[in-house]
Design a protein. Structure first.
Length: 748
């Protein structure tokens, strides 16, 4: 009987040919070779129009040349929302390395990553891999997310098949390698916090369908994943205990981001078709608006998906029987060489199929949100389960259904090719191409050429760079107008994009955070934003706008000449603003009332409304005083004093206030819970800034939640690196050393 050593050598002799022929045969034998080629072609076809002509600005993707590695969100100043830190750091690093190319690079990279991931998960013939890969990367869910610029979410979506395969292998693997799914979970969540729940569904599914282990081991594995994930995400959980969220997450959010139904077919068919994104417009023109027979194409794909699912669940496949699948190239059949790292614990196709059924069904119903038969359960979780409100836009769960479709579609193609009842058996090659490739591409044909030229690169006018040069760096903020979170610009050809100014200026920018969608104007909880929003409504009645925004640290006002910029012509009547630059793209004003990062005052002026505050400013009665809403009876009193006191910003989270006569100081930081001066909580001024009473000795104003943010980073990163080391050690222990030809060095 031949030894294992000789069997392994015989497996490689069939492909051991010298020279170019060897390379060709090895490439042909690689089950992912066809998918690799097609994925690159698809990536080029989608991203080619984005490569030349500036930066790509999208609805939620406005990455300008200024992208600091450490942002306000990194420090927890965005209401403690330190989410997506991994993706933000990746984007900032790539932006500094490759510049404008970064804005389309992720679009290009998505397709090879996603398609190869789906192909590896299918683990069948080249045709099944190609079919699954194409449907997974080219579908309405991906189309919509590309249009709105959810690129980091899409990178996580592209990595999801790899993470699913890792989780499925894990329960029966040595326990040192149990940490690998938790690492995947943490990586995906660092790209987008929604994967805390999306991949969590996968973890639950694996714990249910895993074979070859008892309930005790199953429970231990699941508890290990949850515990390690929780610890690795301390940077997400800890800050919330010490500060307030920057946006509302109540029923208004559910109403705003609710999954939409098709106008003709309703909700269920729309979601089954991988549609349902909440935003109606403006744009994009969806694939189903171009492909008039899209329900029929969807029905054909779903029939193939059903065939693949039934065949995998109720018939023993070659993978289940241990037989090697074959890869067909035309009429030639080439045996697929097993991976040298394959183990006896490799899960069967049937186990994967049951997992896909679980996550597909769960993803579908979760994507319905608070609608459909499980709507009340979703609503209960939204109201009572910690961190679940992050899924206020439930349609993101649809990626689980897309993955289920893709794998079953690939298996369905194989089933039809091998079935004796296959109608096109005489023209199998052509029919396979039509079903495996043309069908999914025909279902979402407008994804190519920059989503049918619906997205394109833009050249920001040089005026923005000139304004940045004019303003320079240093203390003092820029107030960006018009006050909108989303705008259209002339250079984006009318396409709505996120406000670009935070990425164009080196100074800190105060820009609109008002979503302005449907009946919702804003979900921001920032008192500074609320103050500005009200101030803009009253500004035409004032001549001291500079004095009213000086406590916010506003040194410059930039008005982009787009949408409703003419509504801000009242800036011309302000006595304390000076126009220093005026081009066809923007206006730049300097605030003559700006006095630094801190405003000193002898006393407070209680006001009952913003109208009264504007009246006091117009009359010059705010000089030397700081406004607060309500009464000052419960606040420390200050004797008359001079205004001589220095205020220095040490960092975005620390201000040093020098000695001087006792008095009140307002710093230019937006108020949120957690600011503390010498151990005493700061209060909120009427302008939405941080207000403290300072004694003669001065002191330090600190954003105390940073301590928890810093601790969270230390725990999360430290544990992540430790678990990576554990995973490497565990993997090495489970692999026997082999030579390049696959033979055992200790063998005969």
């Amino acid at each position: 009987m031949p030894s294992d050593h000789h069997q392994r050598r015989d497996q490689h002799l069939t492909l051991r040919v010298n020279g170019p022929t060897s390379l060709f045969l090895r490439a042909s034998a690689n089950p992912n070779s066809l998918t690799t080629i097609v994925s690159i072609i698809v990536a080029i076809a989608v991203a080619a129009p984005l490569v030349i002509g500036g930066r790509v600005y999208l609805l939620d993707w406005s990455l300008g040349p200024i992208s600091p590695l450490v942002s306000a969100a990194t420090l927890g100043l965005n209401g403690g929302l330190t989410a997506s830190m991994g993706g933000s750091i990746l984007a900032a690093v790539l932006n500094s390395l490759v510049g404008a190319a970064m804005t389309w690079l992720l679009v290009f990279a998505f397709f090879p990553i996603a398609m190869l991931g789906a192909a590896r998960l299918v683990d069948g013939t080249q045709w099944s891999r190609l079919a699954a890969a194409t449907l997974y990367a080219v579908n309405p869910f991906v189309f919509t997310r590309l249009f709105v610029g959810h690129l980091l979410l899409l990178i996580g979506y592209a990595l999801l098949p790899y993470a699913v395969k890792s989780a499925l292998r894990s329960p029966t693997a040595p326990r040192l390698t149990w940490v690998v799914p938790a690492l995947w979970w943490a990586v995906l969540t660092s790209l987008s916090p929604h994967f805390a729940w999306i991949y969590g569904v996968v973890i639950i599914g694996v714990a249910i369908v895993a074979k070859g282990i008892g309930s005790r081991v199953r429970t231990l594995w699941f508890a290990t994943q949850v515990a390690l994930f929780g610890l690795m995400n301390c940077y997400l959980w800890l800050p919330h205990s010490a500060t307030s969220l920057p946006t509302q997450v109540g029923s208004v959010s559910l109403d705003l981001y609710r999954t939409l139904g098709d106008p003709s077919l309703g909700l269920i068919p729309n979601v089954l078709g991988l549609y349902g994104f909440w935003r109606l417009g403006p744009g994009p023109e969806l694939p189903k608006q171009v492909v008039t027979g899209w329900p029929y194409l969807m029905a054909v794909m779903l029939l193939i998906v059903l065939a693949g699912a039934l065949h995998a669940l109720w018939r023993r496949s070659k993978l289940d029987t241990g037989l090697s699948p074959t890869t067909s190239a035309g009429d030639a059949t080439i045996p697929e060489v097993p991976s040298p790292t394959a183990t006896a614990e490799e899960p069967s196709r049937r186990t994967l199929a049951w997992l896909l059924v679980f996550i597909g069904v769960a993803g579908f119903f979760l994507a319905l949100g608070d609608q459909g038969p499980t709507g009340q359960l979703f609503l209960w979780a939204y109201d009572h389960v910690p961190f679940f409100p992050i899924m206020r836009e439930p349609q993101k769960f649809l990626m689980l259904l897309a993955l289920t479709y893709a794998v079953f579609f690939g298996w369905g193609i194989d089933y039809l090719r091998n079935s004796s009842s296959f109608l096109f058996r005489g023209g199998q090659f052509t029919a396979t191409w039509l079903l495996a490739l043309a069908l999914p591409l025909g279902y979402t044909p407008t994804i190519f050429f920059g989503l049918a030229h619906q997205i394109a690169p833009s050249n920001v006018p040089s005026s923005y760079q000139q304004a940045d040069t004019r303003m320079g760096t240093g203390p003092g903020l820029v107030l960006s107008l018009p006050w909108h979170l989303y705008l259209t610009y002339p250079f984006t050809n009318g396409r709505v994009v996120a406000n670009i100014t935070p990425g164009e200026f080196r100074r800190g920018v105060i820009a609109g955070d008002n979503v302005q969608s449907g009946n919702v104007n804003s979900q921001s909880t920032s008192p500074r934003s609320a103050y500005l929003q009200d101030l803009f409504n009253l500004a035409p009645t004032t001549h001291e706008f500079g004095a009213l925004v000086a406590p916010l640290g506003v040194k410059y006002v930039v008005v982009s000449k787009t949408v409703d910029w003419l509504l801000y012509d009242w800036l011309n009547q302000q006595r304390d603003l000076r126009l220093v630059m005026n081009t066809s793209a923007l206006e730049l004003w300097r605030n003559l009332d700006y006095r630094g990062v801190g405003v000193r005052a002898r006393a407070l002026s209680p006001v009952t409304s913003l109208t009264q505050l504007v009246t006091l400013a117009n009359e010059g009665r705010l000089r030397g005083r700081l406004p607060v809403f309500g009464t000052t009876a419960s606040l420390p009193a200050s004797a008359p004093s001079s205004l001589n006191r220095t205020v220095h910003q040490i960092s975005p989270i620390t201000y040093r206030i020098g000695p001087g006569p006792a008095g009140w100081v307002s710093v230019d930081a937006a108020y949120q819970e957690g600011w503390s001066f010498n151990g005493s909580p700061a209060i909120e001024s009427a302008t939405g800034t941080v207000l403290v009473h300072v004694g003669a000795a001065g002191g330090t104003l600190t954003f105390t939640p940073w301590r928890l943010v810093r601790l969270g980073y230390a725990i999360s990163l430290g544990l992540f690196l430790l678990l990576v080391a554990v995973a490497i050690i565990g993997r090495r222990r489970t692999r026997r050393p082999q030579l390049l030809d696959g033979s055992d060095p200790n063998g005969p």
